[in-house]
Design a protein around this ligand. Structure first.
Ligand code: NAD
Ligand code: KPL
Length: 308
């Protein structure tokens, strides 16, 4: 299969390397000529295991987003706040039967992109895999996980069996979900609690056990919000799920905390920001959630980072 990967960061390079290793025709889409020159001068896309014991380099061809080549399968692997602008750059290269896979965390960017591409099949992914960049274009596969994929406009197509088989054969463990919004909302709620609090308290996920009252009140409000948003399946046992993730990932520094410690913009607007906006739109009373979001914004301000 032919793939264009926009966003040659941690996850984009991870997926690019695994698809290339399975003989897929992969192209990286880079944003400007400087990035293209930097990539051309590198050893290609690098992929290392978690211990950095084994590294492989893949000479994957790269092109600019405005290259005229049509795109059959687009993997959008940039951050949520870059997603709309990135899609606008490649929109004219998509055809009516192209497929776009969205890897963004949180919620909000996926719906915005589907509105920009009303007649194109957009599949959202909810992934628990973990990767980081050791250096530009060199991804370290830090944590194995699972990806759920599903149509943003459900019931319009049959499950893309060939694509799922290709991913699983390329060591990208994934399953199809007829209701991806359930996965996205559940992950949003979990990230809302864990990511925000680990930034506010500057701690590892496991250290959140010191804040049970705040966590449980947040879970109660988020459960209410999810139910108001028609996501009662995602809301089920939320508190228990949050505590399970805290325990299972006790030694992890959440992705949002890593962003803050590395002085990178966070995806706050697509996590607690999205949850707060929804609670206002649905007139769902969530004072603890709003206080959390404001406290997170204050913390980001102290770090000199954008609050949206
Ligand atoms: P990243 O910052 O490492 O990579 C994003 C890349 O996109 C950057 O190289 C950036 O330059 C590029 N980019 C942005 N706009 C572009 C444009 N217009 N044209 C070309 N390139 C552009 O991010 P990441 O960690 O790979 O995360 C990507 C998404 O996946 C995020 O939403 C993240 O939350 C989600 N996610 C990441 C992980 C992980 O372990 N890294 C796991 C699950 C989900
Ligand atoms: O998804 C995560 C993240 O860090 O973004 C959790 C589940 C909180 C694990 O750290």
């Amino acid at each position: 299969m032919s793939w264009h990967i926009l966003g040659a960061g941690s996850l984009g390079c991870l997926w690019a390397a695994r698809l290339t290793a399975q003989q897929h025709a992969v192209h990286l889409l880079l944003r400007n000529t400087q990035a293209l020159h930097r990539y051309t001068a590198s050893r290609g896309v690098g992929l290392s295991d978690a211990q950095c014991m084994h590294s492989h380099y893949y000479p994957i061809p790269a092109q600019l987003t405005d290259d005229p080549q049509p795109i059959a399968h687009l993997l959008l692997a940039c951050k949520a706040y870059d997603a709309e602008a990135a899609i606008a750059q490649v929109k004219q290269r998509l055809r009516h039967n192209s497929i776009v896979i969205l890897l963004q965390n949180g919620l909000g960017s996926q719906q915005a992109i589907q509105s920009l591409l009303p007649n194109i099949r957009c599949i959202a992914a909810s992934s628990t895999e973990g990767a980081y960049l050791a250096e530009p274009f060199h991804s370290v596969f830090a944590g194995s996980g699972h990806s759920w994929l599903g149509d943003l406009q459900p019931l319009t197509h049959a499950a893309p069996t060939r694509l799922l088989e290709a991913y699983n054969a390329a060591a990208i463990p994934c399953s199809w979900s007829p209701d991806i919004s359930e996965h996205l909302w559940r992950k949003l709620a979990i990230n809302c609690v864990i990511n925000s609090l680990t930034v506010i308290h500057n701690c590892l996920n496991g250290e959140l056990i010191r804040h049970p009252t705040q966590i449980n009140s947040l879970c109660d409000e988020l459960q209410l919000l999810l139910c108001s948003a028609g996501q009662s399946a995602a809301a089920q046992d939320l508190q228990q799920q949050v505590w399970t993730v805290i325990n299972k990932t006790a030694a992890n520094s959440s992705s949002m905390r890593q962003d803050v410690l590395n002085r990178r913009r966070t995806e706050i607007s697509y996590i607690s920001g999205f949850a707060c906006a929804q609670s206002l739109a649905l007139e769902c009373y969530t004072p603890v959630l709003h206080a959390l979001h404001a406290q997170l914004q204050d913390t980001l301000r102290v770090h000199g980072l954008p609050t949206a």
